[in-house]
Structures are given as C-alpha cells and as structure tokens.
Ligand binder design. Structure first.
Ligand code: FAD
Length: 339
C-alpha cells in the first residue's frame, strides 16, 4: 500500500450519534459531544449531532446546549425504537451527503450495532471502546483513537488512514460532557427518513427493564468492594455506607466470580466503566482490569491493608488499614454529620 494518503479534503466535520430511549438521551451522547468538541475545535470544523427518533426535537436543542453547532434531526413514528435497518439507512445517507471526517458512537448495545453496521457498509475502520481521542491537525487530520490492548497491558493508538469517515465508539463514563449551556445557539436541520412507508422486517414488541435497579454508570458516589471483604456478608456494610452517602455499591470481578454479588455491580474491563464524583475502592488491589473502569472518577478513596497495593497509585485519599475497622467508623462519622 502506498504511503501517500488519499485526498479526503471533501470530508469535514465531527459527528456524534445521540442515542435516546423514550426521548431521553443516554448520558454517553453528551459525553461524546464533549470529546467531539475538542476534536472539532482542533480541526477548526463544526461539531454535528445526529438525533433520530419520535418526538425528539427536545434532544436537538439539548445537543446544542452540550456543544453541537449543527443538529441533523430525523423524526417519525417508525423511528421510535432503535432498529438496525432504518437507523443505519438514515445515518449512511447523512454520511454520504454531509461527509463528516469523524463519527462517534456510544459503546452501548445500540451504538455498537449501528456503528458496526455502518463501518461494514461503507466500508471504513471502526475503533471500539476507545478511552482517549485526539487528532493530528493539518495536514493529515487523522483521528488518534486509543484503547487498551493485549489484556490491558498496553495502549494502542489506532489510525484509519485509507478510508473515511474515521469511526470510534466509547463507553459511558470515559469522556466528560461539557456543562450544558442553554443559551448556546446552533442550526437544526430536519432530514427525511429514506425508509418511510417501507416495510421494516424487524419489530420491537416491548422492553423488559433490567431488574437490578442499579445504575452504576450514572451514580455520583460508588462504594466498591473487592476480595478483601472475604465473602458476601460484608457487602451489607458497604450498602450501609452507600445508603448513608446516597451512592451505589460496586464490586471487583473477583467478588462477582466468587458469587458474592451480581455482575450488575461489576466495575472494570468486563463490567461497567464509571465516572462518579467519589469512588471508594475497599479491599480492592487495583488490577488494571479494574482501574480501567474507574480511574476517571473525580475523587478516589482507597482502603487497603497493604500499603503497596497498586490502587494507592491512583487514589486521591489513601487509607492504610483493616477495612473492617475503617468502614464502620466511616458509617458512624457520616451518620453523625447527617443528624
Ligand atoms: P485482589 O487482587 O485479591 O485484592 C484484594 C485486596 O484486598 C488486596 O489488595 C488486599 O491487600 C486487600 N485486603 C485484604 N483484606 C483486607 C482487609 N481486611 N482490609 C483492607 N484491605 C484488605 N477485575 C475487575 O475488577 N473488573 C473487571 O472488569 C475485570 N475484567 C477482567 C478481564 C480479564 C480479561 C481479566 C484477565 C481479568 C479481569 N479482572 C477484572 C480481574 C482482575 O485482573 C483482578 O483479578 C481483580 O480485579 C482483583 O480483584 P480484587 O482487587 O478484589 O482482588
């Protein structure tokens, strides 16, 4: 293959797919607009958002508040729920017409499905589960999409030199949304659904909500426990601390694999990526497969009896000692402050 890059000068702009359900956007959409804004500013191009659904005009306004300069809006009753065929047809047609150089999607079930379908059809490259995004400015304008590789042992930066658009997915919690500015102005461009009236083979019969009742991805405070708890019972103590702080309980994979707590609580590479304001890592050693899912927390408090535990390298507050003494003392202290 020649070293010379094709001329992609007709592809300009950064586009973010806004994922929604029941007209409510997934937070990852606004987080990707935050990441996309930095790329767009560096490339000196507009940041675009794509909103598809039924009764979702409110999301177009919200997208502008979160940094979009232009929003492409496609509405219709047949677009209420995500389905691969109509959503990918709309996105493909838009890419064909608008020619964004970069397209970003959430690494959710929907985002992965849509981005995969589009990358296959175009065809172009897709970097899944990115944790860092940057761009080389003029002349290459290449997207530098980085993600952990080889069981998290190294970071790989993946380039898509020969095809456009350059596409990436990112999990919720990895990037930060800009503060919403309701006074921002932008352009909303309505687009036609190319599949209107066409029979779509798949039908959504309904949704069965997860019964876990936990929402780690959106929690501001997470109290997470690891193998140091020694069994399932001490999770009650962690739940008490979480309750007193108004947080959720998280866990390392070691606890999930041991059957002490459900997978819905797992943080890390094969669990959830979280970005709370406050993360307690209690009896967790700090393996990279765990920290990749929580290292972007605003504040990390680690409690561990081993002063050499790797978790202390990323913790803002380090408490060396026995969790069975420290956690009850914290619960008492926070309860007293509440009373
Ligand atoms: P340990 O590493 O055993 O650490 C226990 C800690 O508790 C120790 O630091 C110890 O000093 C401390 N401790 C013990 N007793 C006390 C006490 N009384 N008071 C205070 N501290 C105490 N892991 C995840 O968490 N999430 C993932 O998503 C994930 N995905 C993975 C994917 C792959 C492909 C692989 C290979 C591994 C994955 N893992 C994941 C597993 C990961 O490598 C670690 O094995 C796991 O995170 C360790 O869990 P832990 O920290 O709870 O246990």
């Amino acid at each position: 293959m020649s070293n010379q890059l094709p001329d992609w000068s007709n592809y300009r702009g950064v586009m973010v797919f806004v994922e929604q359900r029941e007209s409510v956007a997934k937070p990852v959409s606004w987080q990707l607009l935050g990441a996309g804004k930095k790329l767009a500013d560096k490339l000196e191009v507009p940041l675009m958002a794509l909103v598809i659904g039924e009764h979702v005009e409110n999301l177009a306004d919200e997208a502008i508040g979160y940094g979009a300069d232009q929003v492409y809006l496609c509405e219709g009753p047949e677009l209420k729920d995500y389905r691969t065929r109509p959503y990918s047809r709309i996105t493909l047609k838009l890419i064909e017409n608008v020619k964004p150089e970069i397209c970003l999607f959430g690494a959710s079930a929907t985002g992965r499905d849509l981005a995969g379908a589009i990358a296959t059809h175009l065809p172009t490259g897709l970097t899944a589960d990115t944790t860092e995004l940057d761009v080389e400015s003029h002349p290459s304008r290449l997207l530098l999409a980085s993600r952990p590789a080889f069981s998290e042992k190294m970071m790989a930066t993946i380039l898509c030199k020969q095809y456009r658009p350059q596409m990436a997915t990112a999990r919720a919690g990895v990037f930060q949304a800009l503060p919403r500015d309701a006074s921002r102005t932008g352009k909303i461009i309505r687009i036609e659904n190319p599949m209107k009236g066409e029979k779509i083979a798949t039908q959504v019969m309904g949704f069965i909500e997860k019964q876990s009742g936990i929402n780690l991805e959106e929690a501001d405070i997470i109290v997470a426990g690891g193998r140091g708890l020694g069994g399932p019972e001490p999770f009650q103590m962690l739940q008490e601390l979480a309750d007193v702080l108004g947080g959720e309980v998280g866990a390392s994979r070691a606890c999930v694999d041991s059957g002490w707590i459900k997978h819905a609580h797992q943080v890390g590479q094969t669990g959830f990526t979280v970005r709370p304001k406050l993360y307690f890592a209690i009896g967790i050693s700090g393996a990279v497969q765990h920290t990749v899912g929580m290292s972007n927390s605003d504040y990390i408090v680690a409690i561990n009896k081993d002063p050499e535990a790797p978790i202390f390298q990323i913790a803002h507050y380090q408490i060396v000692g026995d969790l069975f003494q420290i956690v009850p003392a914290l619960i008492d202290a926070f309860k007293q402050r509440k009373d």
